[in-house]
Design a binder for this molecule. Structure first.
Ligand code: RP5
Length: 191
């Protein structure tokens, strides 16, 4: 139940676990209907060598891990509060929050609740952009263009890369591959 998850988040926050064993990136979305768009964040982090961590106690397969939950601002506001308010104590370094519809309130409310942990907002649709980026002075959010969950995850990795050379190396390697790919396409453009 939602309360079970809230209780677990609060217990993990109180556990003062070794940061090496806790997720580094949180991926949350307002509904499971957002998953087809938000999967780009998993793809990007997987490409950078992250592994998904589903069990907080379990030692993660990879050095860097992400977790993922559906958190609905309007259907489970108490879970949104618990997730944002426990983010720092649970060892998260950055949260990627996606939502769609005209009232995509999860990203910006999570940005407020998780502060000073940075939140990268993903508008799941074009019509969600304004409700994701619209924040008052003093309550920041970083946001990507509609649907760009892959880029949100790259930005999350860039945050971590400042403290972890291994992630910086993977980001550079990814970028070299990207440039190589563009060069290949350009070379073959008129084949
Ligand atoms: C938002 O409302 C969700 O993020 C989703 O994009 C949209 C529709 O949600 P469902 O009705 O598909 O659950 O809160």
């Amino acid at each position: 139940t939602v309360q079970d998850l809230i209780d677990r988040l609060e217990a993990e926050a109180a556990a003062d676990a070794d940061p090496e064993t806790t997720p580094d990136v949180g991926i949350i979305m307002g509904s499971d209907s957002d998953l087809p768009v938000m999967e780009g964040a998993y793809d990007a982090l997987d490409e950078l060598g992250f592994a998904e961590q589903t069990d907080f106690d379990e030692a993660p397969d990879a050095r860097f891990t992400y977790e993922s939950y559906v958190v609905s601002a309007h259907r489970t506001p108490e879970l949104m509060y618990a997730y944002g308010e426990t983010a720092a104590a649970r060892g998260l370094d950055v949260v990627i929050a996606g939502a769609g519809g005209k009232s995509a309130d999860l990203p910006n409310m999570t940005a407020s609740l998780a502060y000073p942990i940075p939140v990268i907002g993903v508008p799941v649709q074009e019509k969600s952009v304004n409700s994701v980026i619209g924040m008052p002075t003093g309550a920041p959010i970083v946001a990507v263009d509609a649907g760009k969950s892959f880029n949100a995850a790259l930005s999350a990795a860039q945050v971590l890369a400042r403290e972890h050379d291994a992630i910086e190396e993977r980001l550079v390697e990814y970028h070299e591959g990207l440039k190589g790919g563009v060069a290949d396409v350009s070379a073959g453009l008129h084949d």
